[in-house]
Design a protein around this ligand. Structure first.
Ligand code: G6P
Length: 613
């Protein structure tokens, strides 16, 4: 939610900020703004995309500046218009701030400040914070600016990543984080600051991830990191793992399409180095570290949101099947506010692409406070969730820019397959032969995904047939059920068509009432358990004149006779089914959305990383 970027150095700041904002646009795209500090402090803000801001600045003209901050917004407080866009200024116009997060006590702070004569021009919580900084600074001259920022932040309840600059201090940017991500890039006589590494990657490979409760005091040559309590910390400089080509479209029309087509590689990368076919073994550091715990687990709780929650559902089937561990899968947002019964010998697996989802982080904190062990499955290296976890596994899918998750999902499922197989092997719930089969099958999955992607043109044709409908139903059983949920979510997210996923047998308890000749029903109908029962469900839909699109195993002849359209996927072991069956559904939603003229990479109202509640 919201992308922030800052620059201090020897180059013209504006092009760096704009480029950085474009790379962060997946985090929010309803308005954007920059503050440029040169001979004067100039602020430009505009509702709409970063390109609208760019055009606005070109029209107005700007001065040159070597220091600046920029923001792309996903609105929480106040509608997305020019005034509510960031940066926000203090009352005297001397301090500018950009903010990602929510200041929960902004109302009480605002009332206090109003009583002291402050006037606010926006509806945002952020403006309150910059007025508070000003109020402390102006009324306590002995404190200094940096100290005033820290004092103001210590009064804030809520989440933030902020960057602040002062008109009369051209050698200073102050960044701070609590609950929202922030990374600092170290260059030659220059520093960058951003919500994630994407805006920095073409300028430097050396970065410092700020921890919660830390403040960065930055000039072009020096970076000082302190805690909010003013204790100096030694910056831990890490080398970036991502490269520029990972975050560009590389000839694809959309990031989402690129990421769908990257799946043979991303799944391969998730497996790489973790399985040894010769020794028939899976090696994962996160399992080794807590091997005793995994071997004796009485229960596993999986938490996540959105697509990651769907991966968690696949995990439930996997851990029960392969490792005979009872599993509960929870929406992180529900789990954190219930009074869940947790035991010290519970393991909580938190799944997240971004590693920054506020609800998942809060669920982790709750589970930790009750003594559970946390295992994080995350895509973004160094993000908050892996750092808050006791152990974990990275999914190695590479940066995912499209807001609708695709390759991150299949990488999460791959990681879960590896973990469940590794645990099952060590516990003895899997025979040697079964482990061998699974490992061999896993090795072939990237090429089977490649094969599945060959249906792209057929799927495009099917999309053309259904692009104008208002509703879709997705049905599956067993491992096909989470796939159905994920297929429905993808369609909703990017095409704005109402879609529901259901366990196929549950159709009789409600959704069947919706079926008529207008209703397309997507079935996951591969040759695995319950095949015959799914075939019966297809017949029930056809008897009511519904339109059936079936994802079937290659060579299926029975369903071909009943369904309106069939999409074949290569034969595979049942536990690997989600890795293949999800792909046609990703493509179907992609093509329908493109045909409807939707912005697939940046769907309305959504954001890739939900760092607020
Ligand atoms: C948002 C994104 C989804 C994602 C969900 C969870 O809603 O748009 O694609 O599945 O957040 O995000 P996470 O980063 O925790 O996987």
């Amino acid at each position: 939610m919201c992308g922030i970027v800052g620059y201090i150095g020897t180059k013209d700041a504006f092009p760096i900020l704009i480029k950085g904002l474009k790379r962060l646009e997946y985090r929010g795209y309803d308005s954007a703004g920059v503050a440029l500090l040169g001979d004067k402090l100039e602020v430009f803000k505009k509702a709409g995309k970063v390109s609208a801001l760019e055009a606005f600045v070109a029209e107005k003209g700007r001065s040159s500046s070597k220091v600046g901050i920029g923001h792309t917004r996903w609105a929480t407080h106040g509608e997305p218009n020019d005034v509510n866009a960031h940066p926000h200024l203090s009352q005297n116009g001397e301090i500018a701030i950009i903010h990602n997060g929510i200041i929960e006590n902004y109302n009480s702070l605002k009332v206090e400040l109003q009583q002291r004569g402050h006037k606010f021009s926006s509806d945002t919580d952020t403006e309150v914070l910059v007025h508070l900084i000003e109020d402390i600074y102006v009324n306590n001259k002995s404190l200094g600016f940096e100290e005033s920022v820290r004092m103001a932040l210590s009064q804030v309840i809520g989440a933030y990543a902020v960057v602040v600059l002062h008109k009369n201090m051209p050698d200073l940017l102050i960044g701070a984080r609590k609950g929202s991500p922030m990374v600092i890039g170290i260059g030659e006589n220059e520093h960058f600051i951003a919500s994630d590494a994407a805006p920095l990657v073409e300028y430097t490979r050396n970065v410092v991830y700020l921890n919660d409760g830390e403040v960065a005091v930055i000039d072009k040559n020096e970076l000082i990191i302190k805690t909010i309590e003013n204790d100096i910390k030694t910056p831990y400089i890490q080398e970036l793992e991502i490269h520029l080509e990972n975050i560009e479209k590389s000839g694809y029309e959309h990031f989402m399409l690129k990421e769908i087509f990257e799946q043979p590689k991303s799944v391969h990368d998730s497996i790489r180095g973790r399985i040894s076919l010769n020794e028939e073994l899976i090696e994962m550091a996160g399992i080794k570290q807590y091997e005793h715990k995994w071997m004796n687990l009485k229960r596993l709780i999986i938490v996540g949101c959105g697509t990651s929650w769907h991966a968690g559902l696949v995990g439930e089937y996997l851990f029960e099947d392969l490792a005979r561990i009872p599993v509960e899968v929870e929406y992180a947002s529900e789990f954190r506010y219930r009074n869940p019964v947790l035991f010290e010998d519970d393991m909580v697996v938190a799944i997240s692409q971004s590693g920054e989802t506020a609800d998942t982080l809060a669920a982790i904190e709750l589970a930790k406070s009750k003594g559970a062990t946390i295992f994080g499955i995350c895509n973004v290296v160094g993000a908050s969730i892996p750092r808050a976890s006791d152990a974990g596994a990275y999914t190695h899918a590479g940066p995912e820019i499209g807001v609708a998750s695709t390759k991150a999902f299949t990488a999460q499922v791959t990681a879960l397959i590896l973990i469940a197989t590794a645990v099952g092997q060590r516990k003895g719930t899997l025979t040697k032969e079964r482990v061998r089969t699974l490992l061999n099958e896993l090795e072939t999955i990237p090429s089977k995904i490649e094969k599945t992607l060959e249906s792209n043109e057929l799927i495009k044709y099917i999309a053309e047939e259904f692009k104008d409908v208002s509703n879709f139903l997705y049905l599956g059983r067993g491992y096909g059920f989470p796939v159905a949920l994920e297929g429905a979510l993808k369609l909703k997210e990017i095409s704005y068509i109402h879609a529901e996923g259901y366990p196929a047998a549950e159709m009789k308890h409600g959704p069947i009432a919706l079926i008529d000749e207008e209703m397309p029903v997507v079935f996951i109908a591969t040759n695995h358990s319950n095949y015959d029962k799914v075939v019966s469900n297809i017949q029930e839909v056809k008897a009511r004149k519904g339109k059936v699109i079936a994802v079937v195993s290659e060579g299926d002849t029975m369903i071909r006779k009943m369904a309106d359209y069939v999409i074949e996927i290569p034969d595979c072991d049942e536990v690997l089914l989600p890795l293949l069956a999800t792909i046609p559904l990703q493509l179907l939603s992609y093509h329908i959305a493109v045909m409807r003229g939707c912005n697939v990479d940046q769907p309305r109202n959504l954001a890739k990383s939900v760092t607020v509640e």
